[in-house]
Design a binder for this molecule. Structure first.
Ligand code: URA
Length: 216
């Protein structure tokens, strides 16, 4: 199996590597590297839910090194995870806040921060070399939640399925072998400020996932 984690100096996407180098110069104490999957302390055998985001935010995960940590999108995501028991502790937007995931892992379709938050199709495809083994590494995986259309489409491809059949929609639910694929609009500041995604809509998706996972 390919490694599920890119190296710190992953060279596969030249544009993203150059952007990362630029920010290493500008902000030498930031993380500025491919952001690893956030795992529960019990390890990969405990994971039944995998959440797939888009890519690290420049001043969020790219700064802190933990997915969705330190930017606006993380506030709603971690609040909801704690409310549903998918995480324990308190979220303080820093990787040493002690927050622990419970039965859940969080990754990104693209591991490096892209300029203007927009990865190119070739970068999304290249980073699928890590998404595929990330999905494969969890022997007890039952559900995957994708946040936004790009994460959804790349995950559908990673699962060997077709996007023409599994079209992205908020609240979507699909089946791929033993895995249930749930999809939500991304919990970005833009989507929540414009009302594309309300907290109630987001919570509704987690309610569906919790109910699904409760069925043995
Ligand atoms: N931070 C992440 O890690 N992923 C996103 O998709 C957005 C913010």
């Amino acid at each position: 199996m390919e490694s599920p984690e890119p190296s710190r100096d992953c060279p596969l996407c030249p544009r993203l590597r150059d952007f990362r180098e630029l920010w290493r110069q500008r902000e030498p104490v930031w993380f500025n590297a491919p952001v690893p999957t956030f795992m529960p302390p019990e390890g990969e055998g405990a994971v039944s839910l995998l959440i797939v985001g888009l890519a690290p935010g420049l001043r969020g995960a790219n700064r802190t090194g933990r997915p969705f940590t330190g930017d606006y999108a993380g506030d709603l995501l971690y609040r909801t995870l704690i409310a549903f028991g998918f995480a324990r502790g308190n979220y303080h937007a820093r990787p040493d806040d002690g927050l622990e995931l419970a039965g859940t892992a969080i990754t990104n379709a693209v591991r490096c921060v892209p300029p203007e938050n927009k990865p190119l199709p070739a970068e999304i495809a290249t980073c699928r070399n890590f998404l595929v083994p990330t999905i494969d590494r969890f022997p007890q995986l039952r559900a995957v939640l994708t946040l936004g259309a790009i994460a959804h489409q790349s995950t559908v491809r990673a699962l060997g399925e077709r996007n023409s059949v599994m079209k992205f929609r908020h609240g979507g639910r699909f089946r791929s072998g033993s895995i249930a694929l749930f999809s939500s609009y991304h919990c970005s500041r833009y989507n929540t400020n414009t009302g594309v995604l309300t907290e109630e809509m987001f919570v509704g998706v987690f309610r569906d996932i919790r109910d699904f996972l409760a069925i043995p």
